[in-house]
Design a protein around this ligand. Structure first.
Ligand SMILES: Nc1ncnc2c1ncn2[C@@H]1O[C@H](COP(=O)(O)OP(=O)(O)OP(=O)(O)O)[C@@H](O)[C@H]1O
Ligand SMILES: [Mg+2]
Length: 361
């Protein structure tokens, strides 16, 4: 049983920078939670506070119900992998993995067995006697992970552990890391600024912005129901229009966004006159030829007329950047098989009201 508890954590660095502002979170036993957010938002500071390399200015850090605010890192039973994942260069792979076990005073037979077990887990038994510089970058990464989990720590903390890998290796390692985490059922907190990595790997994600936790939830919830425009924009791609509610009729609201009028069925807590952000995902727009598109917008649909300014082929889909007649930029995506619209074409984008979220500004 290993839970991590953060209660009202604030961290101010000397000089007055408040890196983390009054954040709270409970990471359950065996859970995989990812902190995601832009550079400088406080992810590493939060992780270092859990590890014990930083002490919070205010608040409570708990591991397994114990207050650990002032407990030094080596007494916290935590495994860590940092972005630069430096292995000890003058130790063999086996000696690297054995390091944490030796520090804890295990007998050499136990250490040997455990090293073998770990090498099997990361599928690199043949590298046992090699030096780190005789391994590829991805192999070094896996050994760093083996070294971190070998002593069976209560908690695994990972700060951008895959950032230096190429896309293919990074994706392989994401799968590998998740498999190891599940096999060992180890409570894990990962830091990344890669939102796709956060969405694919985690039980829950924490979207950080400027020292705050903007939203905490399952990846699917955060993607489909972002609570703030920042979250909508950071997790996935979002089209965001700001405006005010000009009518609420039954279950449909009309938002007046200057030159554009948008319809949404997301009418909970919405009243006429409210300032809101209308948010919709690129995949929720359908693209039609203006000649064949049905005329005008109804209550349940918004139509944007414009011209394709950029068409980007991304393998399985095409991303269209559309400049509307009302001088707005909208991103739409379609599966490759469905469309082939060249840049400069006039298009109509259709959005149904139930795919448009309304968020407080
Ligand atoms: N030792 C320090 N002293 C003073 N300010 C610091 C210190 N470490 C970090 N900061 C500041 O605290 C804020 C949060 O930094 P942090 O390293 O936690 O960000 P991050 O989210 O991990 O960013 P990145 O994605 O770039 O790694 C930043 O404004 C940073 O400049
Ligand atoms: Mg960082």
């Amino acid at each position: 049983m290993s839970r991590v508890v953060l209660e009202s954590i604030t961290k101010q660095y000397p000089g007055g920078v408040e890196a983390v502002s009054d954040v709270s979170l409970v990471v359950d036993d065996g859970e995989f939670v990812t902190l995601v957010g832009p550079s400088g938002c406080g992810k590493t500071t939060t992780l270092r506070t859990i590890a014990g390399f930083e002490q919070p200015t205010n608040g409570f850090v708990g591991i397994n119900e114990n207050r650990v605010n002032t407990v030094p890192p080596d007494k916290r039973d935590i495994g860590m992998v940092f972005q630069d994942f430096a292995l000890f260069p003058h130790k063999t792979v086996a000696e690297n993995i054995a390091y944490g076990l030796k520090v804890r005073g295990y007998e050499s037979d136990h250490i040997d067995n455990r090293v073998d077990e770990m090498l099997k887990l990361v599928e690199l038994p043949e590298t046992r006697e090699r030096m780190p510089d005789q391994l590829s970058g991805g192999q070094q990464q896996r050994i760093a992970l083996a070294r971190a989990v070998a002593p069976e720590p209560d908690v695994l903390l990972l700060d951008e552990p895959l950032a230096s890998l190429d896309k293919k290796l990074r994706e392989t390692m994401q799968v590998e890391l998740r498999r190891i985490q599940r096999t060992l059922d180890i409570t894990t907190i990962l830091v990344t600024h890669n939102q796709k990595e956060a969405l694919t790997m985690s039980d829950r994600i924490v979207v950080m912005n400027d020292g705050n936790f903007e939203q905490v939830g399952a990846p699917k919830t955060v993607y489909s129901n972002p609570e703030t425009p920042f979250v909508a924009d950071f997790v996935g791609t979002a089209n965001i229009f700001t405006g005010s509610v000009s009518a609420v009729d039954g279950d449909t609201a009309t938002i007046d966004c200057g030159h554009t009028t948008i319809h949404s069925t997301d009418t909970d807590d919405v009243a006429i006159g409210d300032s809101v952000s209308a948010v919709f995902r690129p995949e929720h727009l359908s693209i039609a030829d203006p000649q064949t598109a049905t005329d005008g917008a109804g209550d349940q649909r918004t139509v944007f007329d414009g011209t394709v300014s950029v068409s980007r082929y991304t393998g399985d889909q095409i991303e269209y950047h559309v400049h509307t007649e009302t001088d707005e930029q909208i991103v739409a995506v379609q599966r490759v098989a469905e469309t082939n619209i060249v840049e400069g074409s006039d298009v109509s984008l259709e959005l149904s009201a139930e795919n448009c979220l309304l968020l407080d500004q």
